[in-house]
Design a protein around this ligand. Sequence first.
Ligand code: ZN
Ligand code: ZN
Length: 355
Amino acid sequence: MDHHARVLRLRRKLKGLDAILVTDPKNVRYLTGFTGSAGYVLIRPEGDLFITDFRYREQSSLEVTGMEVLIEARGMVDALGALLEGKKKKKIGIEPSMTFAQYSELKEAGLSPVSMDDAIERMRMLKDKDELLRIKEAVRRAEDAFGHIKPHIRVGRTERSIALRLERRMKELGSGETPFPIIVASGANSSKPHAGAGEKKLKKGDLVTIDWGAEADGYSSDMTRTFLLAGGKDMAKKKKIYATVKRANRAALKALKPGTGLKAIDAVARGLIRDKGYGEYFGHGLGHGVGLDVHEEPRLSPKGKGRAREGMVVTIEPGIYIPGVGGVRIEDMAFVTGKGKSVLTKLPVELEILG
Ligand code: ZN
Ligand code: ZN
């Protein structure tokens, strides 16, 4: 990972500031490679520092590249006060994710914190080669694990037992902590977009939505497939919902290319779903960026800002959720290339009716 190049890009934001303080653990990892929980970065005109305490002496010497490591016994505010000693305004760029308590402490110590907004999150939107490799590995782990547990998606199994098998298999394939709790939502549960995985047993005719992802070296994957269990009622209606979501997913993927507005890509899927009469049943955004965080910038939604750009990795996940009938979501991940996109998830999207 070229941490140095990232730090150089961030240094351009130093204008008018005495320093930039980075406290968000994912942003710290992005800039330095440090995977521990306690450490922060101080970007200064005179040189950049990764600051941690003695517990992380060894780990930081192995992981941190691109800047000097400082082992500091004092708390963050005292250490910063000392490091900015002699600067007149002590103007320091901070991240909006900092707690109000930390912010207040900085002010009390005589520093002038200024919000950096989402400067680092915006850098993180565009993935480099090394990041893409890790994301592809996270996709591979999730898809391989899914292939292994798929025979367990059948009548009589509980949602939870399927989720547990999937999580275990992903970990056996090298995934660390799964980036989010796996969703296995069947029957009436499937009409709740963010249901968990409960003790409910799968029944004939259930739509079963599975939303899962794996981890690889800090990077995430995120995908969803929906199946139909044979032999229940309203089968024609469920098939029609599935066909509509699939068309919306394919059309939005087709629309994804550099230069197209993120809002416009959302509108392609949303318009298609609305034209089929399901507009009120698609209540969430079309997709989001995926990287060190499973949900990150950019957002593809009716409120989405900006355009698709080469280097973005995003999900395309339209859904229709009808209370009492069930829900369908199909979620793929794609990498925006110079000319179009490359779809990273390879699992089939045709409706499978499982016996
Ligand atoms: Zn998902
Ligand atoms: Zn997602």
